[in-house]
Ligand binder design. Structure first.
Ligand SMILES: Cc1ccc(S(=O)(=O)Nc2cc3c(c(O)c2O)C(=O)c2ccccc2C3=O)cc1
Length: 252
């Protein structure tokens, strides 16, 4: 029997998704389509009678903007928002800012193939003189340098998201708060992998569609009873195709 519900939304398209560039922690805004996807997600949630007491986002504007659009549709601008780096997208290290051809030119197709298929192989670390070096960004000043990612494999992302799921998101759910999480492709994969006990291979196969509310119903022990997207089947299939085509790399 499901006792709790939590809703996840992967933010919509950003400018760099359009250009197939590794985005990671680069704080890029949503594209026009991305804004529209977020508004639609809010409309679907309103239509289905959802409301929330707490919003949880990353510290990247594309996830915060996505929540803001949903808040507009649901008229819940007043609810508290927890923003955490732990929900940030996977950090792509020195690849951030590169497009597909630059990546292959710099590292070769063979290395790209390895990265593409690996769960625990990191990209090259971001050097201190990279414009996006997190150690220089004020929003990360409270994070001990040793915990600050400079290039993550998917395993790293899972390992820094899960403590936040347990300590912060689950705590709010148990308190009876209705929580909406607006985050990124890989940070949501981390939570879904854990909830559905997926293998490393399975999670790499899973593409979470952008801008579609994903509802998890949990039992009294916060174990998933069922999950579903708030979207019609044909809409979902269309979305899944889009997300497959949208730049193979999960760099949202
Ligand atoms: C920006 C971009 C570069 C490469 C591609 S791809 O067509 O070669 N496919 C691809 C490539 C990668 C990846 C990927 O999923 C992918 O489909 C990765 O996940 C990845 C993770 C960490 C480092 C590098 C990669 C990676 O190069 C797509 C988009």
């Amino acid at each position: 029997e499901s006792k709790y519900k939590v809703v996840f939304v992967r933010h919509g398209q950003s400018e760099w998704n359009l250009k197939n560039i590794f985005t990671g922690w680069h704080d890029i805004p949503l594209s026009e389509q991305g804004h529209q996807e977020a508004t639609l997600a809010g409309q679907i949630l309103k239509q289905k009678g959802y409301s929330f007491d707490l919003a949880i986002t990353s510290v990247l504007q594309r996830s915060i903007q996505t929540f803001n659009h949903m808040a507009e549709e649901l008229q819940i601008h007043h609810i508290p928002i927890i923003k955490s780096w732990r929900l940030n997208e996977r950090h792509y290290g020195s690849l951030q800012g590169l497009n597909k051809s630059e990546t292959a030119a710099l590292h070769g197709e063979a290395q790209v193939k390895i990265w593409r298929r690996s769960y625990d192989v990191r990209p090259p670390e971001m050097s201190i003189d990279h414009p996006d070096y997190p150690g220089k960004d004020q929003r990360y000043k409270h994070i001990p340098p040793s915990s600050l990612p400079k290039g993550e494999c998917l395993k790293d992302t899972v390992e820094r998201v899960l403590p936040f799921w347990t300590d912060t998101i689950c705590k709010a759910i148990i308190e009876g708060q209705k929580v909406i999480v607006s985050a990124h492709g890989n940070s949501l994969r981390a939570i879904v992998k854990y909830l559905d006990k997926m293998t490393d291979e399975q999670i790499m196969e899973l593409d979470i569609p952008t801008g579609v509310p994903l509802v998890y119903e949990l039992d009294a022990n916060l174990l998933p009873v069922k999950h579903y997207y708030l979207i019609s089947q044909e809409e979902l299939e269309k979305k899944m195709q889009e997300v497959k085509n949208q730049g193979k790399a999960q760099q949202n």
